[in-house]
Write a protein that binds this ligand. Structure first.
Ligand code: ATP
Length: 365
């Protein structure tokens, strides 16, 4: 089921009497979420992710714009009638019910022709429990399960009516690091197996990048960029997106372009054909540096941190906008380094931005 947002805007009245304007939580959001895909809504706290999800679920009504599930306009339809499954950060399971009863609960509300016998409900709950791999625990109470298992029960409960759209709001936030990793892979698997169009809200870029078919990066209610995770990482449309994606984060420098060459201070670090003479903000991914004794970029070396196969070089340069540069290089490349390091830059890992608008500046003739 494709989900279409057409110029969706949501404002809230501002409770601060000194400010007249409304809070714009989501601004003019237009996007067609393809059928059967998993989409990650991503951005810092307050950027409008949960509001967008709640608009899709019907818990909130847009101030303007329309929302479609397939060809059905659902804008004025209540959440119960939209055919959605919802999973929240706090699993919100009924503590006095067993796992099976929790999963069956939505089926008990079915009326008329859809009404199911208790045996059918149990069979359906068992089928879904197998899908999310919690079938051994059907007769336990939620308190007798780990956080990750409880979240799977919540997912099973959201899936039991086979929703048209599955909506997940920070579903992994309450889990520890290992469980997060495991559960996010589970979500991916379950989504693939069921083929249900899924929208997943997170502020964790790594989480969104690892499981999404496409990510939507938001800032202050405004969509910044939509695309496949690697595409957005490789070609960020602005400095905000470039900084938001990637760990360690992109390194940011103040540079100058003169005669098609990029300078950091006196260091002429890269050819940037097609860019006119100007000041630029430069983003370099940690994997964009190559250690080279004859490299054009002269840095002071602060530390070398070994991370298994790769090492992380912590260095500094006067043009860098933060105290240190972080470069990820091969372990063999750091032999013999002591107080200084010289880098050559990989052109495809370097992005130029307008210092005023922060929009990306295209490079190339
Ligand atoms: P978080 O990651 O912290 O949950 P978010 O990206 O999900 O953040 P939203 O909860 O969608 O952000 O909020 C977007 C903006 O709308 C914020 O500035 C928030 O303060 C505001 N907002 C959300 N709900 C309301 C409301 N009911 N009344 C007034 N303002 C609201």
């Amino acid at each position: 089921m494709k989900v279409v947002l057409e110029h969706v805007t949501k404002t809230f009245p501002n409770r601060n009497k000194k400010i007249k304007d409304d809070v714009i939580a989501v601004s003019d959001f237009t996007y067609e979420i393809p059928d059967g895909k998993l989409i990650g809504l991503l951005g810092p706290s307050g950027c409008g992710k949960s509001t967008t999800l709640n608009l899709i679920s019907g818990l909130l009504k847009p101030t303007s714009g329309r929302i479609f599930f397939g060809d059905d306009d659902v804008t004025d339809i209540s959440p119960e009638h939209r055919g959605i499954g919802l999973v929240f950060q706090n699993y919100a399971l009924y503590p006095h019910m067993t796992v099976a009863e929790n999963i069956m609960f939505p089926l008990g509300n079915l009326r008329g022709k859809e009404k199911m016998s208790r045996a059918d409900m149990r069979a359906k709950a068992e089928e879904i429990a197998r899908l999310v791999q919690i079938d051994p625990y059907l007769d336990r109470k939620p308190a007798e399960l780990s956080g990750g298992q409880q979240q799977r029960v919540a997912i099973a409960r959201a899936l039991v009516k086979m929703p048209r759209v599955l909506l997940l709001d920070e579903p992994l936030s309450n889990l520890d690091a290992r469980l997060r990793l495991q559960t996010r892979e589970e979500i991916r698997r379950i989504q693939r197996e069921t083929g249900i169009t899924t929208i997943f809200v997170t502020h964790d870029q790594e989480e969104a990048m690892s499981i999404s078919d496409a990510i939507v990066v938001m800032r202050d209610g405004v969509v910044q960029q939509i695309g496949a995770p690697q595409e957005v990482y490789n070609d960020p449309c602005n400095l905000f997106v470039a900084k938001f994606l990637g760990t360690p984060p992109i390194n940011v420098f103040a540079g100058t372009v003169r005669a098609g060459k990029l300078y950091f201070g006196d260091d002429c670090v890269l050819d940037v054909p097609g860019v006119s003479d100007r000041d630029v903000t430069v983003g370099i991914r940690p994997e964009g540096f190559e250690v080279d004794a004859a490299g054009p970029m002269h840095c002071a070396l602060s530390a070398i941190e070994v991370m298994g196969r790769d090492v992380s070089i912590v260095a500094s340069h006067e043009s860098c906008q933060s105290a240190s540069i972080r470069a990820i290089v091969d372990a063999d490349d750091v032999k013999g380094l002591s107080t200084a390091v010289r880098f050559r830059l990989k052109a495809h890992k370097v992005d130029l931005f307008d210092p005023a608008t922060e929009a990306r500046i295209p490079v190339g003739e």
